[in-house]
Design a protein around this ligand. Structure first.
Ligand code: TXA
Ligand code: MG
Length: 327
């Protein structure tokens, strides 16, 4: 892509470049430059306690940033990299501490998007990249979503500023939700954030994996970083309900929208029928939430899919994007 050399120049100068990955768009910075890392936190309005994912082009490069590379990480990288799996491993001193919120661990991922791979190969180093949205908001899955998040971005003019200096456009993301985050630093591998790579995908390769869906009560300290209760949230007040609570929902009265994976509400107006397949649902989820957010609705009412393993990632995002239906 012709924009790559300019992107590399900007990154080397410590500026931010948004780029597509197969999951969501990332807000990239040189992970070896602590000032560039600070800029990410400022630009997103992200708490400095929430560590970043470090993206690299190849598994060999990932090994440079860890204190210890376990055999299990090789197994996982062989099967899932490049791809939507992030590994948490013990950190060495190469990557500055502010990238990992001072933790003794580091999150590493080799993304699988042609443009991300081209960028990482050309940069020839580590890129810190959180999702390219304001903190707690819905992650972007198109370049336009990134522009909408940062409307004052000097990207178009190339002037100085905190906002992304450039946005690389790689079309719509194929996965649509953030990577699975797998912690390899404890006795049993543990999923900290569910994603397209599920327990069922991981266990045949590495044996038992622990995953507890943590829906945190308000004001509870997060057990692991990033598990904050409100996240991925639209600006419109959003509530979620279970299938058993359908009787409590009256869209014709409230002028509301229900997202249903089961398509049973299709006779109502303003209903968005979501795909009945978790992979397809994920592809569309954030674009739908962003679209609904532009409609000036009083509230969104979202039916959460069934409590089954294949829906774990979607349930995780919806229960953070919305609050339980007041009863
Ligand atoms: O799909 C993705 O992972 C996207 C694309 C751009 O790669 N990135 C992304 O980054 O979602 P972000 O910053 O929005 O989410 C990073 C997640 C957070 O939940 C964070 O707490 C967790 O990874 N994380 C990062 N480093 C960690 C660490 N050392 N220990 C535990 N969790 C960590
Ligand atoms: Mg994020």
């Amino acid at each position: 892509m012709p924009e790559i050399p300019r992107a590399i120049t900007l990154l080397k100068q410590g500026r931010l470049v948004a780029f597509p990955t197969e999951t969501v768009y990332g807000l990239g910075a040189d992970a070896a430059n602590p000032r560039a890392i600070d800029l990410i936190y400022q630009t997103k309005g992200r708490p400095s306690t929430n560590p970043l994912i470090i993206h690299v082009a190849y598994v060999e490069i990932a090994k440079r940033y860890v204190a210890h590379w376990p055999a299990i990480a090789t197994e996982l990288a062989d099967h899932f990299w490049p791809g939507p799996l992030t590994l948490i491993l013990p950190k060495n001193h190469v990557i500055p501490d502010n990238a990992t919120a001072g933790l003794p661990t580091i999150a590493l991922r080799v993304p699988n998007h042609p443009l991300a791979r081209e960028l990482l190969r050309a940069f020839d180093g580590p890129l810190a990249a959180p999702s390219a949205n304001r903190s707690t908001r819905v992650s972007p899955t198109t370049a336009k979503h990134v522009r909408d998040e940062f409307p004052d971005s000097p990207a178009a003019w190339g002037i100085e500023g905190n906002e992304p200096a450039m946005i690389l456009d790689g079309g719509a993301c194929s996965v649509g939700i953030e990577s699975t985050v797998l912690d390899l630093t404890g006795p049993t591998p543990m999923i900290l954030r569910p994603g397209q790579v599920t327990v069922a995908d991981l266990e045949p390769i590495i044996g038992p994996v622990s995953f507890r869906q943590t829906i945190l009560a308000p004001n509870t300290a997060a057990a692991s970083p990033g598990q904050h209760e409100i996240h991925y949230a639209p600006r419109t007040p959003a509530f979620y309900f279970t299938t058993a609570q359908r009787g409590l929902i009256h869209p014709e009265e409230h002028g509301i929208v229900v997202l249903s994976p089961l398509r049973v509400f299709k006779d109502w107006e303003k209903i968005v029928a979501m795909p009945n397949d978790p992979i397809e649902y994920a592809q569309h989820l954030y674009a739908v939430l962003r679209k609904l957010d532009t409609m000036k609705l009083r509230a969104l009412y979202i039916e959460i899919p069934p409590d089954r393993p294949e829906w774990a990632a979607i349930r995780d995002r919806l229960t953070r994007a919305a609050t339980p239906l007041p009863v």
